[in-house]
Design a binder for this molecule. Structure first.
Ligand SMILES: NC(=O)c1ccc[n+]([C@@H]2O[C@H](COP(=O)([O-])OP(=O)(O)OC[C@H]3O[C@@H](n4cnc5c(N)ncnc54)[C@H](O)[C@@H]3O)[C@@H](O)[C@H]2O)c1
Length: 389
């Protein structure tokens, strides 16, 4: 994680977080451990609990405790234990929070407990915080890290794009070349999956409900068609829409023998599992650890990871090279809140453009890639209204 390492080195010299109490409710993974260390290096007192009991890496939690970072998390903990851990972080009275889903910051709001600011890592968390803001009840500034350009482009397109296919291949050992992949949803994540599947030799068909996105997919040289038609063509079906019941009975009924179904959307509602069970009349067989075979009479279809988010359920989620930029965003957001928090409005705020650009610049440097800068004359031309053609 070279970008985060550079941020950490600067933090160590400048101590911009000196005296801040930063509580993080994030997935307890090796990447998060690097973030905690960067914040500590900047002078912050830090504490961590898990944003999802199923993703906690116990060995990482233990290593952080050895390094003096209090961690409240255990893989597979039940909901009571999870809630107790979030409460204990709130009891610690943090100045700044980091969330992946807003559980910690929402709890502080429920308690009426003051806090200087927060940074949020995911769409679901921002939805909750924006509702709070709309009701006029948000009591601190929140930096929407999830929406920075370095997060949105690289985490979604390249992170999910690669890791969703990685999860599918780990679960099935399928050859993508020569196969037809039907992709539901051509959003930030879907575009990444489509690109990578094409690169691996698959024919990609996109199904969309948004005419602009559908047109974009067509102009990107993918086939676009209604789901009913695509159902007859696909070998592999991948949903990544954020919606529910996207692949359902009428689609299953048209699929070819051996079709494979996977979901990369957040919740396991995109493939209609109830309809699949009904159609199979309970004739379901586990054929590989993460592959269930549904016998639909004259055909069989294969469901991966029970319809759960395939890159996490069957793979390791995003590579560290992507989380590098996501967590550099979080680290710089904490610095921004520490240095400027008092002057910020109690709203959900964009990551400042300079921070986004700083992260992209550091990432380019780490890749050994140089770029040009505008000349003084070009800068003048771009800001003048009377400069002419
Ligand atoms: N697996 C991961 O690591 C990961 C990472 C980021 C986001 N996500 C999840 O992926 C989902 C999509 O995220 P996104 O950022 O790409 O969203 P997005 O809003 O950018 O794109 C979703 C697309 O799906 C389309 N869509 C909606 N309903 C549809 C339907 N019935 N049929 C076909 N297309 C439909 C929309 O028109 C839109 O273009 C969300 O659930 C998000 O939480 C997963």
């Amino acid at each position: 994680m070279p970008v985060l390492r550079r941020v950490r080195e600067r933090f160590r010299e400048e101590q911009p977080l000196d005296g801040a109490k930063v509580a993080a409710c994030l997935h307890v993974t090796a990447e998060t451990a690097n973030l905690m260390q960067a914040l500590s290096a900047g002078g912050a007192e830090v504490a961590l609990c898990s944003a999802n009991p199923l993703t906690t890496q116990d060995e990482v939690a233990a290593a952080l405790v050895d390094l003096g970072v209090p961690v409240q998390a255990k893989r597979g903990e039940d909901i009571e234990s999870y809630s107790r851990h979030v409460h204990s972080l709130a009891d610690w009275k943090p100045d700044i929070t980091l969330d992946d889903g807003a559980d910690l910051l929402m709890l502080l709001h429920e308690r009426g407990q003051p806090v200087g600011g927060g940074a949020e890592e995911t769409t679901t968390g921002l939805l909750r915080l924006r509702r709070l803001e709309a009701e006029g009840r948000l009591t601190c500034p929140v930096v929407a890290v999830n929406e920075s350009r370095t997060e949105r482009t690289f985490n979604d397109r390249y992170g999910t794009g690669q890791s969703a296919l990685d999860g599918i291949l780990r679960a099935t050992n399928l050859l993508l070349a020569g196969r037809t992949l039907v992709l539901f949803g051509y959003g930030a994540t879907g575009k990444g999956i489509a690109q990578r599947a094409r690169g691996a030799g698959a024919t990609v068909i996109v199904c969309e409900v948004d005419p602009l996105r559908a047109l974009e997919a067509r102009m990107d040289a993918f086939e676009v068609m209604p789901a009913l038609d695509a159902s007859e063509r696909g070998d592999l079906f991948v949903t990544v829409t954020g919606s529910r019941g996207v692949v359902r009975r009428e689609h299953f009924e048209r699929m070819r023998d051996g079709a494979v179904l996977a979901n990369a959307g957040h919740f396991d509602v995109e493939i209609d599992l109830g309809a699949l069970r009904e159609l199979s009349g309970g004739r379901v067989r586990q054929v590989l650890p993460l592959v269930e075979e549904y016998d639909l009479g004259n055909r069989r279809v294969h469901l991966l990871a029970s319809g759960r988010v395939v890159n996490l359920a069957a793979g390791e989620g995003h590579p560290a090279a992507v989380m590098d930029m996501s967590f550099a965003n979080l680290a710089l957001a904490v610095e921004h809140l520490k240095l400027h928090g008092e002057g910020l409005e109690n709203r959900v705020l964009a990551v400042p453009k300079e921070l986004d650009e700083e992260i992209a610049r550091l990432k380019l440097e780490s890749l050994g890639v140089g770029i040009d800068t505008l000349t003084a004359e070009q800068r003048e031309y771009l800001i003048s209204w009377d400069a002419g053609p």
